[in-house]
Design a protein around this ligand. Structure first.
Ligand code: HSE
Length: 428
């Protein structure tokens, strides 16, 4: 049996995991695909770097083009990351008829449609299971498992760093900055954590999930994003008291082919299955019109979980090679894109206000909500021994984002409100 030859771009943590799985599970893998799988060439940044895996030095190069241009190679596995340069490598590899497996969510969220169009032109596969929620097979699930259903809602905890931080804050009553510092020391958070904590990483993953779930071209700019850097331990304590957990949730909803998509810290009812996903774990909840509720849970990052998704993609590419159907199973979004306007996006809201503690204040505030037809679910006032102001906690019923924006602008003008301390979306 002629071996299938693979070129690997990158031999960091994930690349090392890919080599381990391809070599360690070779017998089983080759039985599944009907040929041995050989890692033929590997491009690395630094050929001299010490590695905790033994690789034949003869197959290592510091020039990715050597791998891309090698006529022997059938499939390129890209685990080097990066956007502009990496896109050039991938487009050139496709031009040469090579199939692609990538873990690069940034690349797929930003340039996925261009790459998939090129793949279709060249009848090549591009698979990217590892780009969202590392070890959870969610992309295959959305494409294949949900092919018969209409997806109504996707909620995702798709960033492990922020889930670790929020879980610790919730479990230990710790502050955001203290937990962030600890996460950085443990290597869970990057030294520049911006992309994780400000929600950008999650937004890129949600754009990919939205595209597959709603079968339309969801772009990063369609995702409304806010991160967790403003979440205080007091906010989390309030959430818990009201029966909620605070999570950075990606939420994508579709109704009659119009969709909304966002990433924001969200107070989710503690009894919801996704509320119990803690630490660096990821989970994706998918509600299908016919199937109802489903949820997928697992490791969102890490060498071996991510490598399992990559090698599963490799197996899929090789099975297609054997059947001669590469490039034919690609899901190209076919529905016209229709984003919901703010008038049509509805959710509940939590507000914490610091206000004058005197007669008539509550009436003035609730009047603002009434003016924009936002109905209130609960209003609680409490004294705070550290603060001469009264604290008012308001939870609304479902209200349109447009009405809530008007409420917020009006509340900002009210003299009796000293500070709008917090405003969160509420789910469940
Ligand atoms: N920074 C990501 C996370 C890693 O925290 O989940 C995987 O994309």
């Amino acid at each position: 049996m002629k071996p299938v030859k693979v070129g690997l771009l990158g031999l960091g943590t994930v690349g090392t995991g890919v080599v381990r799985i391809v070599e360690g599970n070779q017998e089983d893998l080759s039985s599944q695909v009907g040929s041995p799988i050989v890692i033929e060439r590997i491009a690395v940044k630094n050929t001299e770097k010490a590695r905790d895996i033994e690789v034949d030095a003869a197959i290592i190069t510091d020039d990715p083009w050597e791998v891309i241009r090698d006529p022997e190679i059938d499939v390129i596995v890209e685990v080097m990351g990066g956007i502009a340069g990496t896109k050039e490598y991938i487009l050139e590899a496709l031009e040469r008829g090579k199939h692609i497996v990538t873990a690069n969510k940034d690349l797929m969220a930003l340039h996925g449609s261009e790459i998939l169009a090129k793949a279709q032109e060249k009848q090549c596969d591009v698979f990217y299971e590892a780009s969202v929620a590392g070890g959870i097979p969610i992309i295959r699930t959305l494409i294949e498992g949900f092919s018969s259903d209409k997806i109504v809602k996707i909620m995702g905890i798709v960033n492990g760093t922020t889930n670790y931080i929020l879980s610790k804050m919730s479990q230990e009553g710790a502050s955001y900055l203290d937990v962030l510092k600890e996460a950085q020391e443990l290597g869970y958070a990057e030294s520049d954590p911006t992309s994780d904590v400000e929600g950008l990483d999650a937004a890129r993953k949600m754009a990919i999930l939205g595209t597959l779930g709603f079968r339309t071209n969801v772009e990063l700019s369609d995702v409304s994003v806010s991160g967790i850097s403003g979440v205080s331990k007091e906010d989390i304590a309030f959430a818990k008291r009201l029966g909620y957990e605070m999570k950075l949730l990606g939420i994508a909803e579709s109704h009659e082919d119009e969709f909304s998509i966002s990433v924001q810290p969200t107070m989710i009812r503690a009894s919801h299955p996704i509320a119990s996903v803690n630490g660096v774990y990821n989970a994706v909840y998918v509600y299908g019109q016919a199937v109802g509720e489903t949820m997928f849970y697992g490791a969102g990052a890490g060498a071996m979980p991510t490598a399992t998704s990559i090698v599963a993609d490799l197996v899929a590419v090789i099975k297609n090679l054997k059947l001669g159907v590469n490039g034919l199973k690609q899901i190209v979004p076919y529905k016209q894109k229709k984003l919901k306007s703010d008038e049509d996006i509805f959710y509940k809201n939590f507000l914490l206000l610091h206000v004058d503690d005197k007669a008539g204040v509550l009436a003035k505030i609730t009047q603002v909500f009434a003016e924009y037809d936002v109905s209130l679910d609960s209003v609680v006032q409490q004294a705070n021994s550290h603060n001469p102001d009264a604290e008012i906690i308001i939870v609304t019923h479902n209200a349109s984002k447009a009405s809530m924006n008007k409420v917020m602008r009006h509340l900002e003008q009210l003299k009796v409100i000293h500070r709008i301390k917090s405003h969160y979306r509420v789910e469940g």
